[in-house]
Design a protein around this ligand. Sequence first.
Ligand code: NAP
Length: 258
Amino acid sequence: MGIIESMRLDGKAIYVTGAASGIGKAAATAFAEAGADVAIVDINLEGAENVAKEIAEATGSKTIAIQCDVTKKDQVEAMVAKVVDTYGKLDACYNNAGIAVNAPAEEMTFEQWQKVIDINLTGVFLCATAAGRVMLKQGYGSIINTASMSGHIVNVPQPQCAYNASKAGVSLLTKSLAVEWAKRGVRVNCISPGYIGTELIMNAEHLKPLIEQWNAMAPMGRLGKPEELQSILVYLAGDTSTFTTGSDIIVDGAFTCF
Ligand code: NAP
């Protein structure tokens, strides 16, 4: 089989969190286009159901929609159990749900801090370990997490210390799990996107001045598109990346290079 054929995901079962919109939706679409059956997981059930329907119609993937708050251990475990019940296995997962809160550190409330850490870091820990327990038993699996370039640099001008800390945490959590599970068939990687122009970001009037500043700082002079993350995610989920584990792949149009 040639390299391109080997990259396909036919017959694989994959869940994606935060899949009702943005990067998660683009990832789920790409996995399905590559042949996988995809569980669309989100706190927003209606959004997840719409995306599951859209992807099934466009690709023939056997999609399911699952409501899950990634900060709740019981909901995460039930979500993984439902995926395994439905498809009989879990080949790969993309732990992607995340939020950003901008506030000066000295004014950030404990609740703001905790919400960001709970969703972005604890949520990835709960999902990755629940998926990992299934995959370790199977003896195979690929876990992908969404970190961010904000785990590598301090973004300006917006103050976002909780977000930056949570994403740096995702990066080292990813590497820690990769080392622990390396000899047991389970790979763990993350991607670190630069600014990505999701619908939410592009349609937010209050972000327009900020986007202009980000573009002025960006070597390519523009935001990335969710579709520009799809191929790396398909690669990480599939069988041509078997020596890739513990990697944090920065996809940022060179934003963090200087
Ligand atoms: P998005 O469009 O807001 O999508 C995030 C999705 O996650 C939403 O559907 C959201 O639902 C859901 N969600 C929020 N809290 C959740 C929870 N507790 N449990 C389950 N789902 C939850 O965001 P995005 O821009 O695609 O970002 C996706 C990931 O990429 C995040 O981890 C983000 O930090 C990261 N990232 C984004 C960028 C960027 O520039 N866009 C750059 C680097 C990294 P609701 O809408 O109902 O809250």
